[in-house]
Design a protein around this ligand. Structure first.
Ligand code: PAD
Ligand code: ZN
Length: 382
């Protein structure tokens, strides 16, 4: 009861709180006092409890993925609804929620298609940094601050469209389920929805970071007989082996291109290849690692802005399939709360995907650790 009163006391008022601002790329985030406007119709204001730091946030901070700045980054958050505005019916103050980098409006052609998940309502590519009405809810030192993918989780409070929020189990452990809003569905869905990995199959995973690790976990759960992991950072190998990787390859230690080694190791190439790095060269290597006739290559990594994916079309003529997908092709609001229930019922255990936890104030330390390659996923606790 007491908690509900606290939540309603602040509704319709501006909230002053701490947030990590990315003023420019290639500089540390700056923790500052910000003002968060009340939600507008169809919007939800959320108190963030935890947030993962994703490779996409790192790429943005390194200037590789261009988004409007200054912004509040972070898109892998768990929180509690502080207030809602008219039109919002699926969540109420006090609800535990996840917020999604990809919304589900349930009205656009993607959402209405049984397989479509790339909701067209909110412009995710290229990102506008603004809410659907073309404005921002964040102000810092008198200046408007951009949102990221309609989420922005590196802040004590954020405002998100209802179409990007999902209510989760009341008992969900908030320090652990935040990764179910991006890392876990992205990796699991690439395997279960996009590729359809089959028992006994051979797989190669390029990139053994957070997303690649979730891919490995799902390949193992699908009964893959061989899972080859590729990374230039050998610190990732022990974690990857624990999750199910059977062979680890560091391309920098090989005498020939890694794809040639993968093809030799598997006879003619793997059944399923995944690219979870975000580089054109490794995307081509993943495609070339596939069996020429029936291999399936799934692109998950987000390539640097304005890059071109150039490859020999004969690679497809022989029968290979090239696919991609955002957030594992899950319809986010329909599916992700169910993943949380699966986690609660111990049908999936995603805890090994979190290797470090930091208080929110130490966000720059967490980024340093991530950039140095010493972790799989860091989670920030507020
Ligand atoms: P991460 O930094 O945890 O993992 C990337 C891994 O790649 C690290 O282990 C690196 O050591 C490794 N690596 C880097 N360069 C090379 C190389 N040349 N060869 C081999 N290995 C290399 O990031 P992440 O796992 O969080 O994200 C991975 C990608 O997935 C990134 O591009 C991100 O933007 C993308 C992503 N996509 C979606 C989606 O919906 N499609 C969602 C979330 C993240
Ligand atoms: Zn939609």
């Amino acid at each position: 009861m007491e908690q509900t009163n606290t939540f309603t006391e602040t509704s319709s008022k501006v909230i002053t709180c701490q947030a990590a601002i990315a003023w420019t790329a290639n500089a540390p985030l700056s923790i500052e006092k910000i003002e968060v406007d009340p939600p507008k119709p169809g919007e939800v204001r959320i108190k963030i409890i935890s947030s993962g730091i994703c490779g996409t946030d790192k790429h943005i901070l390194e200037g590789k993925d261009k988004v409007p700045l200054p912004a509040i980054l972070g898109h892998e958050g768990a929180g509690i609804v502080e207030s809602i505005r008219e039109g919002v019916t699926s969540v109420k103050p006090g609800d535990k929620v996840l917020m999604f980098p990809l919304p589900e409006c349930r009205e656009c052609s993607s959402c209405l298609h049984p397989k479509g998940n790339f909701c067209l309502k909110q412009k995710v590519i290229p990102p506008t940094g603004l809410m659907l009405d073309g404005t921002s809810r964040f102000t810092c030192r008198g200046r408007k601050i951009y949102h990221l993918y309609g989420t922005s989780t590196f802040t004590e409070y954020t405002v998100v469209h209802e179409i990007a929020v999902g209510k989760i189990d009341d008992g969900a452990p908030m320090d652990r389920v935040c990764i179910l809003s991006c890392e876990v569905p992205t990796g699991f869905g690439a395997v279960f929805n996009t590729a359809g990995v089959t028992p006994g199959s051979t797989c190669v995973v390029f990139g053994l970071g957070g997303i690649g690790s979730a891919v490995v976990m799902a390949c193992k759960a699908s009964g893959a007989s061989r899972i080859i992991g590729v990374d230039i950072n050998e610190e990732k190998f022990p974690w990857a082996r624990d999750l199910g990787v059977t062979d680890c390859l560091n391309p920098q230690n090989l005498k020939k291109p890694v794809q040639e080694v993968v093809v030799e190791m598997t006879g003619n190439g793997v059944d399923f290849a995944f690219e979870a790095i975000g580089l054109i060269d490794t995307m081509v290597a993943a495609l070339e690692s596939c069996h020429p006739s029936y291999g399936v290559c799934v692109i998950i990594g987000v390539a640097p802005s304005n890059s071109q994916f150039i490859f020999d079309p004969l690679l497809l003529l022989s029968g290979r399939t090239l696919k991609g997908g955002a957030v594992g092709e899950y319809k986010t609001r329909d599916s992700i709360p169910k993943l949380v229930t699966d986690y609660m019922e111990k049908k999936i255990n995603t805890d090994p995907l979190i290797t470090h936890k930091f208080p929110f104030e130490s966000i720059n330390k967490a980024f340093e650790l991530f950039q140095a390659g010493h972790c799989i996923r860091c989670v920030l606790l507020f």
